[in-house]
Design a binder for this molecule. Structure first.
Ligand SMILES: [Fe+2]
Ligand SMILES: [Fe+2]
Length: 309
């Protein structure tokens, strides 16, 4: 099974934002975005990534949050159009929200992300799903994909997140379900659980209960955690707790960045190969130009272990 991972699309759609909507946090965030992001993130780059994912025969696609910037209805509608362009529709796509999709208390309170992406949040094991829509579970062949929500409305200049206690307990029960246990388990959550080689965990950008979520995924035999937020590629490995094996924690980077040729900045996506219940390969692809599209950048291969043989 091959799984594509795109993230942090930050689709900018400011055609008709009503001026009042920019009061409060949006005044700062909106102006900042207009200045910094108007040329950086492009839905055209995401469309090229989708073409490449189709060329590379991926079976399923994961999107790990921050589809919008200001959580405006107009941005969600534009992001939904892009996501609907993925081959196979909701059966083939799993999406969780990021902090930008919960940018204001109103967007969080009204469940704006969930309203716009409702068909994509349908769970194959709905008895574990809370009213807000999480955790959801997509069972596809020998893989179970569990979506968590770490989006919360935050004060100015904060991009923190939290997986709520009820949701975390529901996720534990879901991970104990025999339909999940017998599969390769992937958890998708927007915020990173650990620092990587380029990013420390910043106080104002962190997952507030990262230690608790990390302990849970290691204890519950999760094989792969996919996240976004740092806009950079990373592959981390931590030992599982209570059973042999490794929990891999991977980030794809922001897929929509229209700048080419700079591994730190350029648009990126990942492809994971899962075989016989194990992660075999992580491939990163980097945006080169609108003409060339994305090119393979780096690949990590994980060999069979003696225990598997
Ligand atoms: Fe982001
Ligand atoms: Fe984020």
């Amino acid at each position: 099974m091959r799984i594509g991972h795109i993230s942090d699309l930050h689709i900018l759609e400011l055609d008709k934002p009503r001026p009042l909507k920019f009061l409060n946090k949006r005044l700062v965030g909106g102006l900042n975005l207009l200045l910094k992001r108007s040329n950086a993130h492009s839905s055209k780059v995401v469309e090229r990534a989708i073409e490449h994912l189709d060329d590379h025969d991926v079976d399923h696609i994961v999107i790990s949050g921050d589809l919008t910037n200001l959580a405006l209805d107009s941005e969600f509608a534009a992001a939904r159009t892009v996501v609907d362009g993925l081959r196979g529709g909701p059966d083939r796509v799993s999406i969780v929200p990021g902090n930008h999709d919960y940018y204001t208390p109103g967007a969080a309170r009204n469940g704006r992300f969930e309203r716009h992406f409702q068909p994509y949040l349908k769970s194959d094991l709905p008895r574990y799903q809370l009213d807000e829509g999480y955790p959801f579970c997509h069972l596809r062949d020998d893989v179970a994909i569990i979506g968590l929500n770490s989006g919360i409305a935050t004060p100015w200049l904060f991009a923190t997140g939290r997986v709520g206690p009820d949701e975390l307990r529901a996720a534990e029960r879901l991970l104990d379900d025999p339909e999940v246990q017998r599969r390769f388990k992937i958890v998708v959550v927007h915020h990173p659980l650990l620092p990587d080689e380029h990013h420390s965990i910043q106080f104002n950008r962190r997952l507030l209960n990262a230690a608790e979520v990390l302990e849970m995924v290691r204890r519950k035999d999760v094989d792969l955690v996919l996240h976004g937020h740092n806009h950079y590629f990373s592959v981390l490995q931590v030992p599982k707790l209570g059973s042999p094996g490794t929990t891999y924690i991977c980030e794809a980077g922001s897929t929509s960045v229209a700048m080419g040729g700079d591994p730190m900045m350029s648009g990126k996506f990942n492809i994971y190969t899962v075989e016989d219940g194990h992660l075999r390969q992580v491939e990163s692809h980097l945006f080169e130009s609108h003409e060339a599209g994305f090119l393979p950048w780096k690949s990590e291969v994980f060999r069979r272990t003696i225990a598997e043989d």
